[in-house]
Design a protein around this ligand. Structure first.
Ligand code: CA
Length: 312
């Protein structure tokens, strides 16, 4: 059974300021406890989400040699294909039983000074044409989520959104291949090892296969079993630091449950990050007598590179 709160986002997208505050309040409560919640009525049509999953399946079905031509090559760009077992999210564990494909936003693509460029699989003619606008839909949704989190902290609605307007986000297709017999069992391997996300917030679209677990404040692992027509939203390390630990970036992992380990699992994540030159310093409304400032100021870029280099 799913154990994350499900929050209806429709009143935020189309309601009054009072409606927005209600939604923000629910998001705050979830962000303070386990740092995870589910959102429904996010304003992205189901058919667009289905199409993105279809493109993802076609991509991961390409021959390995073709995918390797689009390989990820450096943390600064953080774009391209990452093969199965290339990444180890939990360094104390075996490598992850997953493959991934990272892309960036159109805004970065059209900026001639931006060093990183997307690597498109040209052998799937419909891929770029359908994924590019989907990334844009995700970007617009993150602005709304960031606005809600700002309201939750009694800040100006655009406090976070304005600091994310370079759209240095990472869009990631994920595929967890079906496991045969005892494959991936010997060392208690995970589809994705326990980790926290590095950036500010993450959106996650998951299929019905399941396996995502979140470590609650109590230390117990709770299940984020997929709920139809919802996405998962979670707080990342950067946001935890920014909010002086008011919001919580919780460890999570993808296990291989007995009933579904032999199935392919697909998910789509959108990792949101503030502008690279944005300095992250404890937000005023998050510093009190009982909660003194815990962190030194750090630039977004410093924080992200430090975290990325630890994973590869
Ligand atoms: Ca994650």
């Amino acid at each position: 059974m799913n154990q994350l709160p499900i929050i209806d986002f429709a009143p935020f997208l189309s309601g009054s300021f009072k409606d927005k505050q209600q939604v923000a309040k629910a998001m705050r409560s979830a962000s303070e406890t386990n740092g995870f919640f589910m959102l429904k009525n996010i304003g992205i049509p189901n058919q667009d989400i289905d199409q993105a999953f279809l493109q993802s399946k076609q991509f991961f079905n390409l021959p390995e040699t073709e995918k390797q031509q689009l390989a990820w090559d450096n943390a600064l760009s953080n774009r391209g294909y990452i093969a199965v077992k290339r990444e180890t999210l939990d360094p104390s564990q075996k490598s992850d039983l997953k493959e991934a494909f990272n892309l960036g936003t159109k805004k970065n693509e059209s900026d001639p000074t931006h060093p990183a460029k997307n690597k498109w699989p040209t052998s799937i003619p419909s891929f770029q044409a359908s994924i590019e606008p989907f990334i844009e839909q995700c970007t617009q949704l993150t602005y709304q989520v960031l606005s809600a989190l700002a309201i939750a902290l009694e800040l100006d609605e655009d406090f976070f959104a304005a600091k994310h307007d370079s759209e240095q986000n990472t869009f990631r297709l994920l595929h967890y291949p079906a496991l045969k017999q005892d494959e991936g069992r010997e060392h208690n391997e995970k589809r994705a090892g326990a980790h926290t996300d590095y950036g500010s917030v993450t959106l996650l679209f998951q299929d019905e296969v399941g396996g995502l677990e979140v470590k609650a404040k109590s230390g117990q692992w709770i299940s984020a079993t997929p709920v139809k027509d919802t996405i998962v939203v979670n707080i990342g390390d950067l946001m935890q630091r920014w909010t002086n630990d008011v919001f919580s970036s919780n460890p999570h992992r993808v296990t291989q449950p007995e009933h579904s380990r032999h199935k392919d699992r697909y998910s789509i994540a959108y990792f949101c990050t503030s502008n690279h030159d944005q300095v992250i310093e404890s937000i005023n409304t998050c510093v009190t007598k009982d909660r003194p400032k815990k962190y030194q100021a750090i630039s977004t870029e410093e924080h992200m590179l430090e975290r990325l280099n630890r994973t590869y």
